[in-house]
Design a protein around this ligand. Structure first.
Ligand code: BES
Ligand code: ZN
Length: 646
């Protein structure tokens, strides 16, 4: 009773201070002090150690007219007996908060703390010591970063609008009030209302068909971190690919997707053979509009995919192997905080490569890994010279910075090569047994690097008396000397070809009788062409590049990996006649992995920068917040740009 009175007094005082004296130093620091002490995870304000969400039911009304979701987030809590629950919100409008089950709710007080540009705001809700149900009535705003609302002209079919979400890393708080940290796992369900001519799908059990009335119900019964809650709404069709696998996309693309993804059911079988049963029942994909900022996102049961993967020749499906691998590493065993990001991505790149090896053979898998390794080596050099050389460690310290800054190829590729090196040291059989038991032991758990390290020692290294420099790999900067080295004979061949071309030789001329030896695009796979382009000098005469294009049409070939590499070389070489193709690409594609290095190259020279800025002005309408905020920082580095409106 006494505690209640004290609480209530503090609560009133805080409300008073926040509402009537926002600028005074004392109350700001007072609120700030509260906020800081509550930052358990470094990127969340929530007090999960005292009270945590175990299930959320979402009632969502998706309104395309004003690009707003009207929502109720019904949190079911595990409460240790505290009188405040804290959630993360960002750019959300909170309308009211009630306690109790649906139907017998009573309104309660709440305070919204100071806004942090990165983390958003803490939402403090007054509860009772035995409160189990907290219902937050809210709406999204035009500052909501997770959601991309697309006008019909930005979709593939150009007739219907589209909307999708992207939660990882800390954007879920901008479309749902949640305890937004990967260490807390929740189940979720949702009732969603949308315009009846569209279809809604979520990272959950989906209804088997389109509804007549625009009402949909979803269930995710396995506990997941909240960055994996995801939704897409649009003119979507479904195509079955296998027993538990299929693809959603706009009707215009459905046949192409079915062709491109024909091997995915095989990949699921291969993955299960390596690391044990697939735990999520179904594996479906949704191919989104081009603005989607990633190649793929591993939303459980429903991988989100960028349409640039639909290259027409199945050459980019390793991204699906990657997202599928996340069904074990990332979704089943999750990084406890963003400092442990490599546990998600390093394991996944390793596992992706194993799936590729299983289906397409070691030669192809090695070429994939070598290309990734080169990219990582470049990034490692850049990071080492920059402001945060400590970002070349696998275990990061990102507090106070955006998790995005730590999401470099270090976690992905240094992480994967750590596991490859370990595998080589202990042998595949022992290693696989260990990884399989690791996934089993930590299924549906979120864990830290330190916990992984302890398990590795306990189950693999100590019992087999193996000495390994694990600490150096996990906690030191740079790349350890014992890192495994991969070689590819096929790469050596394209390197020779590139050297001959660079030396001025006409590599396309063949004697009449030897016509089948003519160099065509089909002669090599994507990774070989990437190797070829990278092997060329970083600046070449534009005429020579144009000659290559005449023969191979890199600039308009439709393979976005090759095009990006080619555009960068073109920009660096002053090869201006690629501009029409490049402009078309930048208008169409919103995938950050491509946009970032291209705009980066453009920003190195005044004339290109002016051109790039002009293109960006229009192109950004087709980019998700994640991409356009990154590009804005490249093109306008000195300005406070990331949060300006479009
Ligand atoms: N989970 C990531 C995407 C992501 C990372 C979103 C960090 C937000 C923050 C996804 O699995 C991924 O890594 N996608 C890659 C493809 C992969 C083959 C490297 C991508 O989009 O390029
Ligand atoms: Zn990934």
């Amino acid at each position: 009773m006494k505690n209640n009175i004290i609480y209530y007094f503090l609560f009133c005082l805080l409300t008073f201070l926040v509402s009537c004296n926002e600028d005074s130093e004392t109350d700001e620091s007072f609120i700030h002090k509260i906020d800081k002490t509550l930052l358990k995870d470094g990127h969340s304000y929530s007090n999960v150690n005292q009270i945590r969400t175990k299930h959320i039911h979402l009632d969502l009304d998706v309104n395309f007219d004003n690009k707003t979701i009207y929502g109720i987030a019904r949190h079911e809590m595990v409460n240790t007996g505290v009188d405040t629950a804290i959630f993360d919100i960002k750019a959300l409008e909170i309308q009211k908060i009630t306690l109790g089950k649906k139907g017998s709710e009573s309104e309660t007080d709440f305070i919204i703390g100071e806004n942090d540009k990165l983390l958003g705001q803490p939402l403090l809700v007054k509860i009772k010591k035995d409160t189990k149900f907290i219902n937050i009535y809210y709406k999204t705003t035009d500052k909501t970063e997770a959601l991309d609302w697309l006008d019909p002209k930005l979709t593939i079919g150009k007739q219907f609008p589209f909307m999708y979400s992207q939660g990882e890393a800390i954007l879920t708080r901008s479309w749902i009030p949640v305890q937004d940290l990967p260490s807390n796992r929740i189940t979720y369900s949702a009732d969603v209302k949308i315009p009846s001519n569209l279809r809604a799908i979520m990272s959950a059990e989906n209804p088997i068909s389109k509804s007549e009335d625009g009402l949909y119900h979803f269930e995710m019964k396995q506990p997941i971190p909240c960055y994996l809650i995801a939704i897409a709404v649009g003119n979507l069709e479904y195509r079955r690919l296998g027993e538990k696998c299929g693809v959603y996309t706009e009707p215009e693309l459905i046949l192409k997707c079915a062709y491109e993804f024909v091997d995915i059911p095989k990949m699921i079988k291969a993955a299960e053979k390596i690391y044990g049963k697939y735990q999520w029942e179904r594996y479906d994909m949704v191919v989104l509009p081009y603005s989607f900022p990633f190649g793929g996102m591993e939303n459980p049961r429903l991988t989100f995919v960028n349409p640039t993967l639909i290259a027409g020749d199945r050459s980019l499906v390793s991204v699906i192997a990657h997202e599928l691998a996340h069904s074990w590493s990332g979704n089943l065993v999750t990084n406890a905080s963003w400092d442990d990001f490599w546990l998600n991505e390093g394991f996944t790149v390793y596992f992706e490569n194993r799936i590729m090896e299983e289906i397409y053979g070691k030669e192809t898998a090695d070429m994939l890994a070598i290309v990734e390794f080169q990219e990582m080596e470049n990034e490692l050099k850049t990071i080492s010279k920059g402001k945060h050389p400590e970002d070349t460690k696998l275990k990061l310290k990102l507090e106070g910075r955006s998790p995005d800054e730590g999401m470099t190829l270090i976690g992905y590729v240094k992480g994967a090569f750590f596991l490859k090196t370990l595998e080589e040291k202990v042998g595949r059989e022992l290693f696989d047994k260990f990884i399989k038991s690791y996934f089993k032991k930590y299924s549906f758990k979120s864990i830290t690097t330190e916990r992984f390290e302890a398990y590795l020692n306990l189950k693999l290294l100590v019992p087999n008396k193996i000495l390994f420099n694990t600490k150096e790999w996990l906690y030191a900067e740079g790349l350890p000397k014992n890192c495994i080295k991969l070689e590819s004979e096929r790469f050596k061949e394209v390197q020779k070809l590139a050297d001959r071309f660079a030396a001025g030789e006409d590599i396309f001329k063949v004697k009449k009788k030897k016509k089948k030896n003519k160099i065509t695009r089909e002669k090599f796979i994507t990774q070989e062409w990437l190797e070829f382009i990278r092997r060329l000098p970083s600046k070449m005469e534009p005429e020579r590049l144009a000659y290559l294009d005449e023969n191979l049409n890199f600039k308009g070939c439709g393979n976005s990996e090759i095009m990006t590499e080619w555009y960068i070389l073109g920009i660096n070489s002053g090869y201006k006649s690629i501009r029409p193709d490049l402009k078309r690409f930048l208008y169409k594609v919103g995938r950050r992995k491509y946009l970032e290095p291209i705009y980066e190259a453009l920003s190195k020279n005044k004339d290109d920068l002016i051109w790039g800025k002009k293109v960006f002005l229009k192109a950004k309408l087709g980019y998700h917040f994640i991409s356009y905020s990154t590009i804005e920082e490249i093109l306008y580095p000195s300005e406070e740009s990331a949060y300006s409106s479009r």
